[in-house]
Design a protein around this ligand. Structure first.
Ligand code: FAD
Length: 189
């Protein structure tokens, strides 16, 4: 089965909402569907959302990528979909990611600065900027961290994750055990 890679840029049609758990809610729903669907047909890639614009990179079997892209193009949550790259691919360059999300890390800011771009506008990327963005997605080591461009500060100031309920129960049991052990030790002294 021949492999292809595809990158496109588009403009979001929705008005960005406040982040929920670090993610713009529309984008979170898109990512959930993407991860569910892409994993089934072995498509990998990454999505970046910034300044109400999307950059997405997909690679996988030609038929699966084309079918997915057709569906994506019809999605009313974005428009002005512009194909930036669509070409055969010799070997896969991503492993284990059904849809990676690039956090608005210093990497993206540095990329914009290096290219003297005041905003994230992938519609205007030239081919080397596209490759740079794809490299950035590939190198990003944080899969589940979902951040929008320009929201780094808000993310950084978010409270740390609370303990899972399993861990809480474990800590309570350990604390009760310690108290009982101390009480038994006290009666023996
Ligand atoms: P569903 O389970 O039917 O939908 C998933 C969720 O999205 C539901 O909450 C549904 O209400 C909501 N939703 C679906 N369509 C719309 C819509 N038009 N407007 C508002 N809400 C809607 N899909 C992929 O499979 N892989 C991708 O890589 C991928 N990337 C995307 C990137 C972008 C920028 C956008 C805008 C969409 C992308 N999608 C992707 C979504 C795709 O366009 C389809 O919505 C999705 O594939 C439908 O799959 P489903 O039937 O399993 O989703």
């Amino acid at each position: 089965m021949p492999l292809i890679r595809l990158a496109y840029a588009s403009d979001a049609t929705f008005e960005a909402q406040p982040l929920e758990q670090g993610v713009e809610p529309h984008v979170a729903r898109i990512l959930m569907a993407s991860r569910r669907n892409n994993g089934k047909v072995n498509i990998v890639g990454g999505l970046y959302y910034g300044d109400n614009r999307f950059f997405q990179y997909l690679e996988g079997d030609e038929s699966a990528v084309r079918e997915t892209y057709e569906r994506i193009q019809q999605d009313s949550r974005h428009h002005n979909v512009r194909t930036l790259i669509e070409e055969p691919l010799k070997d896969r360059t991503f492993t284990n990611w059904s849809m990676k999300y690039v956090p608005a890390s210093g990497d993206v800011k540095a990329f914009l600065e290096r290219n003297q771009l005041s905003e994230f506008n992938p519609q205007a990327f030239d081919s080397s900027q596209c490759e740079e963005m794809i490299g950035l997605i590939r190198r990003s080591s944080q899969d589940q961290k979902l951040v929008n461009h320009g929201e780094t500060t808000r993310m950084a100031s978010q409270p740390p994750q609370t303990l899972s309920s399993g861990l809480k129960v474990g800590l309570v049991v350990a604390a009760v055990g310690l108290v009982v052990a101390l009480a038994v030790a006290a009666t023996l002294l």
